[in-house]
Design a binder for this molecule. Structure first.
Ligand SMILES: C[S@@+](CC[C@H](N)C(=O)[O-])C[C@H]1O[C@@H](n2cnc3c(N)ncnc32)[C@H](O)[C@@H]1O
Length: 353
């Protein structure tokens, strides 16, 4: 498809065409139709592979989750059955995942958490690391390496799902209290049991990131990964203002995300936007089109304190090589940023308060 684009579409539209214009041209081409058919079919097969076995054994799985949750009393879980699930989660099967994140099929159900875990394990081909925590691990170690003077006693992960990228913050900062919040109870039940079974003390709470039940200035780091692109555009500003509120002065906000449209080549932008058209990701393209420094400044942060980086995968190389790599500038405009290729690298943006 890329060859076809270079040969026929780039030559007609030029190198600076928008993702929208490229999409309009590529839609007519067999290469794009074939690619899209493969992607949608493989996404469908992913859930057909993962879900039936989980459905058949749901009661056993839930009993095991309860058993782990009863285990060694480390970390905590606090659910709020009165919390309204946002329509952006409940009204659609996000990335075609049947039941989205919140659906419960029996009392105290945790199976949507396991569905998410298993579909991610298959679809990422090992590139998220053995425990699927490579984003949190790479970024937390990057912060520890590049900001050694930052005092980190409390960390908050927004939209943590099953805690894959919450857990590495506790590894990197073992003395910190680490919290993960999400609206989806099944994912949080699974997250809590998972963390306990791994012997890691994490605190999970069911709440909406737009109304955090934490006091002002109560965190040193507010983090999220793969979260904001699933949030309606008008909610993102509210969530970033909440992140600002709960950070202490000098604290750090970090969001690992899709690289933005204005920092990628025309091809890469078009290629990333595929999910926004065909994978039930209705908020994806608006997020990618946003001007990130403007969003951050609107949340209250000084524009001088905006920061972003591209962090090499901790999982992909040995520590010496990783430390050498973070010492060099990593450009966003690369077909490896946020991609599932060898040498994948994670983009984040944020600010110091
Ligand atoms: C793509 S997942 C995030 C993945 C996770 N951060 C990770 O790194 O594995 C998006 C998550 O955001 C949650 N979510 C969506 N809207 C939310 C909101 N307003 N407040 C809190 N969580 C929300 C969903 O329930 C879902 O678990």
């Amino acid at each position: 498809m890329r060859r076809d684009y270079h040969a026929h579409v780039e030559t007609a539209l030029g190198k600076q065409a928008s993702s929208r214009a490229i999409h309009a041209a590529m839609r007519k081409r067999d290469s794009f139709r074939f690619y899209s058919a493969l992607r949608t079919t493989s996404q469908d097969l992913l859930y057909q592979t993962v879900q039936p076995g989980i459905e058949r054994t749901a009661s056993t799985i839930n009993a095991q989750v309860r058993e782990h949750a009863r285990g060694k009393r480390i970390g905590s879980l606090s659910l709020d059955s009165t919390l309204a699930i946002p329509r952006s989660v409940s009204a659609i099967d996000i990335h075609l995942m049947p039941g989205s994140y919140h659906t419960e099929y029996e009392a105290d159900d945790a199976t949507m958490g396991l569905v998410y875990d298993q579909r991610l394990r298959i679809s990422t081909f090992g590139l998220f690391g053995p425990d699927l925590g490579d984003i949190g691990r790479s970024i937390s170690r990057y912060i520890a390496a590049t900001m050694p003077d930052l005092s980190v006693r409390r960390v908050l992960d927004l939209g943590c799902t099953v805690g894959h990228n919450t857990l590495p913050w506790k590894e990197t900062y073992p003395k910190a209290s680490v919290f993960g919040i999400d609206v989806a109870a099944p994912c949080l039940r699974f997250a809590h049991a998972r963390a306990r079974s791994m012997g890691v003390a994490l605190n999970f709470q069911q709440m909406n990131a737009r109304e955090l039940r934490f006091p002002d200035g109560s965190f040193d780091i507010v983090f999220s990964s793969m979260f904001l692109h699933e949030i309606p555009k008008k909610e993102i500003g509210v969530i970033l203002r909440e992140a600002y509120r709960v950070l202490r002065p000098g604290g750090l906000m970090l969001h690992m995300e899709l690289p933005p449209d204005d920092q990628l080549s025309a091809w890469d932008s078009f290629y990333l936007d595929w999910d926004g058209h065909y994978n039930n990701e209705p908020f994806y393209r608006a997020f990618r089109a946003a001007k990130l420094p403007t969003l951050v400044a609107a949340a209250g942060f000084s524009s001088h304190n905006y920061l972003q980086a591209v962090v090499p995968s901790w999982n992909a190389m040995d520590e010496t090589h990783w430390r050498q790599t973070i010492a060099t500038t990593q450009l966003v405009d690369s077909d490896k940023t946020g991609r599932l290729t060898t040498g994948v690298r994670w983009f984040f943006f944020g600010a110091r308060k």
